[in-house]
Design a protein around this ligand. Sequence first.
Ligand code: SF4
Length: 489
Amino acid sequence: MFFSKSRYTRGAQCAKSLWLNTYNKDVLNSSNKSTKTDIGNKVGELACNLFPNGVKMEFEGSSFDEKCEQTRKLLENNQEVIYEATFCYDGILIMIDILQNTKDGLIINEVKSSTSLKDVYIDDCALQYYVLSNLNYKIKQVNLIHLNNEYYRSDFLDINQLFKINDITKEVLLNQNQVKENLKYFEEILSKKEEPDIDIGTHCFDPYECDGYEYCWIKQRNLCEKENVFNIPKFKKSFEFYYQNTYNFEDLDDLSIFTKNQQIQIKASLNKEIYINKENIKKFLDTLTYPIYHLDFETFMQAIPEYKGIRPYMQIPFQYSLHIDHKDKLEHKEFLSECGIDPRYEFAKNLINDIPKDVCVLSYNASFEKGVIRNLALAFPEFSEHLLNIEKNIKDLMIPFQNKDYYHYKMQGSYSIKKVLPALIPDMEQAYNDLDLIHNGSEAMQSFEAMQNMDENERKAYRQALLEYCKLDTLAMVKILKHLEELVK
Ligand code: SF4
């Protein structure tokens, strides 16, 4: 059996995950992987331009043995740069993103589409070093190349600034004993037909959210059956409670170690209660003035910035919905960009057209809208004063829920609008369920990008779905605010 880099890093995170991936793959959740792989591939291909004139081992067409042989021959013939250079040692198969062949030895370049250096990348590169050194190649250096999120694209994409190259040779060398130990351990785990008895822990999310989450947490341990300490946001002692077998709220005898807000959550859950602090809600409502502009943005991101003034993974706004509540009537405005173009200029122009200066603007989780507007103000100085005025006047409807001034036991510790809304206004949950194509922000983001490649009819349907979805988000805000106002009347 071939052992690959991805299987090695999976095993380094959790040997049970490696075992499941080998013998019981069906229980692992496979969603969302293809988008990440596509981004990784694009970034990897672009990074090859940092080391031009190389030879690429094509993924399709030849067997791994043939690729290994081809790589060996290229190195013998002093080929200076090889992309996807392929090697195999003792059943471990690796493909090196960009291999440089210098007179002082080989340089391994591993490319990642993230914007920082992470420990898991050292593990990945350490395995590559292990294989090459055991094949008796002289290795001069190991580099980790990732995107630089401080780089703003100008008229042209400067790949020398877009990528950061980190020399991680020392770290990789220090990791070599660990590689040997890990491989021995994985061999032992995989030689057994029984699933390894490994409990859940912080490793389930570090460095990646494990695709075995549903299997281990929900199916095997029933951790979603009753509300428990894992539902308490930012609670650092969850695993302590779990290992003592007192993690369900009903098993907690001493609540004094919990903060006031955590106690509100636990008590509300146990007694099926709604907690309301009318005084604080009123204080929040007193900060708002009519007409109220309920605002919601949809955005997408690009790992490789295609437009001037964009940096990797910056939120690029393409759509907004705006419900203007005049108290006696409700007005709706919206903007949705054409796809395949830089939407920001038209977005900003329409936004300042629809929202006058010095009015009360309301968003849910407003730091997001505020950040997007600040970036627009930087990009378009001609709109900057007006945009920053809007940004200054944005209030956050999430605050009463985040502060637990309103807490419904059905919110299960969350203050996201998707949990708050059905708890407060059950009828509106159905409105979201009735949406046809788009039900959440990530679907909106993916759909907008995918629309470029759709035929006209499909694109029309998705445009309509985007408009309906975003409109529902601001309508939900209007209803939530009305609900709070009724409460404190
Ligand atoms: S969910 Fe946790 S315990 Fe289960 S396989 Fe993944 S990392 Fe291991």
